[in-house]
Design a protein. Structure first.
Length: 451
């Protein structure tokens, strides 16, 4: 027997605590760590774990388990590192043929759930609650990009490895047979639009004929968005897509994040989403970048209203993950003295400043371009008195300013003043007369219902 823990950097301290408890209560049970953080910093992890696997250990862990059962762990298992050879880092391993992997086992037999701080045996109801609402899987592994903020830049994992369409569909059919029909499928791929056209043609035809379920993807690269590829995906049931833009400043994208796309390529991709009538479109931006100057931030803020609506906006606070190019740069420049300070940093809470409030306002509302240009005028953002006034009004309206920063979720009480301000913005800022009419109708309907 052994205990395996898969972890990202954000889970490092939890893994340390869990491993210490296991060592205290089950002294003879070896603890194995794998995942992103052990792949990048195995020496640190071996201060607590007995073994670490670098890269993808889906197949290597089986060899480890067999040798452990035979009484002695082999010291030449691919990608494995242990305390005795801690000074000799092995090469990370990656599964080249994803069709060789078995499908995930979600139980509920032999599975456990952590719920409300209690660990209990999994039940069939948990499958319905946690799995079938949005079943997660992947088409491919690897990423051709080398973004400086991403942990993919810290490992040699740029080769795109793709499952066959038949293998992918077989997984969904097995899930339906064992657990029931999922409501939708979530492909946790950032490269779905990078797949070849003939693959997407086969996928679209077989998915429509056999699976017939709506699906979404966690992200796409702007340069990969092509109208013919997207049409095949939409025909198959593609209903939601997110595209990483990261910054509206070409300088930040190219020179800091090492992203290849131009403003024109981003706008071309956004217009393709509109032309193909993609049901749900989202864009991702990064803020709190210490290498970004004020002019870059203003450029980025002014870029957002140029994107064709409708779309959702996801904002993330930059985290410097260990091993990434940006993390190493920050260490070289003396910006980081204690790496552990960054291990648990949240990307979901933005720093409390004027520009982040403007970002979040555009997340909640279709703020017109002219108004953003006005609010990013130097005469305004350099005025301390104005920033204090804006912060007070913003905080009163959105109620998402905390001691930690600007939270992503607003808490707006629906008073007459708030509703009136929403209608004012709809009519005079966004010229959205239909939207204002719908809100008036909805509000009057609620008022009559209460009466």
């Amino acid at each position: 027997s052994f205990v395996g823990i898969s972890l990202l950097t954000s889970g490092f301290f939890n893994a340390v605590q869990l491993t210490k408890r296991i060592k205290k209560d089950l002294e003879d049970i070896p603890v194995v760590w794998g995942g992103k953080h052990p792949t990048i910093f195995p020496e640190e992890c071996l201060q607590y774990a007995d073994f670490c696997f670098l890269g993808e250990a889906d197949l290597a862990i089986v060899e480890f388990a067999k040798s452990l059962k035979e009484g002695e762990v082999k010291n030449n298992i691919a990608g494995m590192m242990f305390k005795e050879n801690a000074g000799q880092r092995p090469r990370s391993i990656y599964v080249m043929n994803l069709n060789d992997l078995p499908f995930p086992d979600y139980g509920p037999e032999g599975q456990y759930v952590l719920e409300n701080e209690i660990i209990r045996e999994a039940r069939r109801a948990d499958i319905e609650k946690y799995l079938l609402n949005q079943y997660p899987t992947m088409i491919a592994r690897g990423c051709p990009m080398k973004c400086t903020f991403c942990t993919n830049s810290a490992e040699d994992n740029r080769r795109l490895r793709i499952r066959s369409v038949d293998n992918l569909i077989a997984e969904i059919l097995e899930v339906q047979e064992k657990y029931g029909r999922p409501r939708m499928i979530m492909f946790r791929d950032d490269t779905i639009m990078s797949l070849k056209l003939d693959y997407l043609e086969e996928f679209s035809a077989k998915w429509r004929e056999i699976v017939r379920l709506p699906f979404s993807s966690s992200g796409v690269i702007p340069t990969a968005v092509k109208e013919d590829r997207l049409k095949h995906l939409i025909d198959a049931g593609f209903f939601s897509i997110k595209m990483g833009i990261q910054s509206g400043s070409s300088h930040v994208r190219k020179d800091i994040y090492w992203r290849p796309e131009t403003d024109e390529q981003i706008m071309r991709a956004a217009n393709i989403f509109i032309k193909t009538k993609t049901p749900r479109v989202g864009y991702m931006f990064i803020t709190d970048n210490p290498w970004e100057n004020v002019e870059d931030t203003v450029t980025s803020l002014r870029f957002i209203p140029k994107l064709p609506r409708p779309f959702s906006l996801s904002m993330y606070s930059l985290n410097l993950y260990p091993g990434t190019e940006l993390f190493n740069r920050a260490v070289r420049e003396g910006r980081i003295t204690d790496p552990h300070e960054w291990y648990n940093k949240s990307t979901m809470t933005l720093k409390k400043n004027y520009f982040n409030m403007l970002y979040m306002w555009q997340r909640y509302s279709a703020v017109p371009s002219w108004l953003i240009r006005l609010l990013t005028a130097k005469a305004l953002y350099q005025s301390k008195m104005y920033r204090r006034l804006f912060s007070a009004v913003y905080g009163w309206y959105f109620r998402n300013l905390t001691e930690y920063g600007v939270e992503r979720k607003p808490v707006r009480p629906k008073t007459f003043v708030h509703r009136g301000l929403e209608l004012f913005l709809d009519v005079f800022c966004r010229l959205d007369f239909k939207g204002a009419a719908r809100k008036i109708s909805r509000f009057t309907g609620l008022s009559k219902a209460k009466a």
